[in-house]
Design a protein around this ligand. Sequence first.
Ligand code: SF4
Length: 351
Amino acid sequence: MQRVTYDWRGAGLRYYAYNFHQRNRWGERVQKVSVDGGFTCPNVDGTVAIGGCVFCDNRSFSPSRRPRGKRREILDQIADGIRRLQTRYDCRKFTAYFQPATNTYASVDRLREAYGAAIEDPRIVALAIGTRPDCVPDDVLDLIDEFAERLPVSVEYGMQTKHDRSLTWMNRGHGHDALVDAMRRSRGRKFEICAHVMLGLPGETFEDMLATADEAARLGFDSLKIHNLYCVRNTPLEAQVASGEVRLMEFDEYLTTLVAFLERTPPQVVVERISGEAPDDWFVGPEWSRDKPRIRRELLARLEAADTWQGRRAAGNETEQGGSKSESTGRSPASATMREESPGSVGQDGR
Ligand code: SF4
């Protein structure tokens, strides 16, 4: 599928913000409504590991606490979610976002029932499916392709990092080769592909994180969700942070890394997120990462000050001359408003 890339540079932006892409694509705001399809995760049920990723609060994935993901339940979740979102946003169209746990970890029949239920609501105009790269057998990708013939579908893979030692630290239960394999079988299909990436993983240097940026560029995602490693309650990471075993990134470090990461990200890649989020009563730290407007503001200020932009140093696109396109068009990037879409639900979202 050939996704349209809108002229974000011509609009005066410094990176290809999701909100800009969505407004051009749909002509109006399209908000994500979170759906719990009742799935669990092979990293929690013991299939590949026990306990889940170190940053994931996966208590809600236990079978006794989960909805069964039946048609009526999913329709009710969507109706409730839309009702809540409409108290905050003027919005008529929505993406059903299968968010918690691993949303391809079931039989094709069960997945068909869940995805099919979600699109019964006429306000749902797109699907997003969060999953792990080791949970997408070909018959599941074929099923997702079927849905992508009917409406836009995005599959979100948890990449996090290209470094296996970091994946081992986080108790991921798979190596980077799983993502390479998933991408080999996913590219060229009808759905779009998003990747989650985390900055500030223990032991990773600035250069290590830029190597992840280069690898993400090589793999060819349509969009990226980038955020710092942050800590929520009731996770193994909470104890590691409390004991000082793990240090969470400082604000300045994150921004410096994020600017360099974006410079290496190809210009056609939509940046869906530059920060993570968790409910106030679960959140441990770092405190700065809860202030999303400040992160956005400071990122823009740094991009401005350095007169740089997304893709400036991406492979095959390195350029030091000519200034930014915004200069050549006479528009000021600083005058553009960029606002990340706020997902319809909160919680550590690092699949
Ligand atoms: S972050 Fe994703 S892969 Fe890791 S335990 Fe949680 S649901 Fe499973």
